[in-house]
Write a protein that binds this ligand. Structure first.
Ligand code: SF4
Length: 252
């Protein structure tokens, strides 16, 4: 009997998500190629067992590209529908034993999910969608308690601004607007009204563009502020200081 979750074919080099976190909690584009491990279990090797999770809405396997604050970021082929805590365990658990703060389950455009909710989810399309996010490309970004959600959102906004082709006005103007307002808040010059304006701009981009990049730029903004608004308010009130940095210095 094969043991559950046997690591095989470690030598197959797969490109892991190039998103990584810098020491200051900012999300960085590393552009590096990481050696990935392919994980399978007996369900993957035995096709008759592949649909065990189909009642949860997804059959077959997914390539989970796990990045962020885990011990073993990489690409893992696993049955869709496995519980998120199992996926986290396959990726080696939280880096340095730190506490999970939030997860972007399906790639940077998918709405962020707070840890408490994420730990109850299974990794299938219907379940993650019902939780207010999406499984997307299965590119799962894991963030620990040291992550500043304002700086992380600014990094994502910068990406979508850079990627906008400029064909439609809400995306062309809106993505730059989001990035500039977030930069203003991080520079210590933001106001509480800026936080509402971010949501307003994101709402006006969503559903009003030719391609899906507009929605992809809007969803992180809406969800980060929905779940972590207090971090944005703290940074405004403290002229650009991150609540994460202040909590860490108090604990030291
Ligand atoms: S939504 Fe798509 S088509 Fe429109 S400007 Fe953005 S990238 Fe271009």
């Amino acid at each position: 009997m094969r043991p559950q979750l046997i690591s095989i074919l470690v030598a197959n080099l797969l490109v892991a998500s190039p998103l990584a976190f810098a020491e200051d909690g900012d999300l960085q584009w590393s552009g590096s190629v990481t050696a990935g491990a392919r994980y399978v279990d007996d369900k993957v090797d035995d096709p008759s067992k592949l649909n065990e999770y189909r009642e949860l809405g997804s059959g077959g396997t997914g390539i989970f590209s796990v990045s962020g604050h885990v011990e073993k970021p990489g690409n893992y082929e696993l049955p869709l529908g496995l519980p998120f805590p199992e996926l986290l365990a396959v990726a080696g658990g939280m880096r340095g034993g730190r506490k999970l703060k939030a997860v972007i389950p399906g790639g940077s455009s998918c709405p962020v999910v707070p840890a408490e909710k994420m730990m109850t989810l299974t990794m299938d399309f219907d379940t993650v969608k019902a939780a207010g996010s999406g499984l997307g490309t299965c590119a799962t970004i894991v963030m620990d308690e040291t992550t500043c959600m304002v700086k992380t959102l600014r990094r994502l906004a910068r990406f979508y601004h850079a990627e906008s082709c400029g064909q439609c006005t809400p995306c062309r103007e809106g993505t730059g607007w989001l990035h500039r307002v977030l930069t203003r808040i991080i520079d210590g010059n933001g106001t509480k009204a800026d936080i509402d304006m971010l949501v307003d701009v994101a709402n006006k981009i969503e559903g009003h563009t030719i391609c899906a990049l507009g929605d992809a730029a809007a969803w992180p903004v809406q969800s980060f502020i929905k779940h972590f608004r207090h971090e944005f308010e703290y940074m405004v009130e403290h002229k650009g200081r991150s609540i994460v940095d202040d909590l860490e210095s108090q604990a030291a």
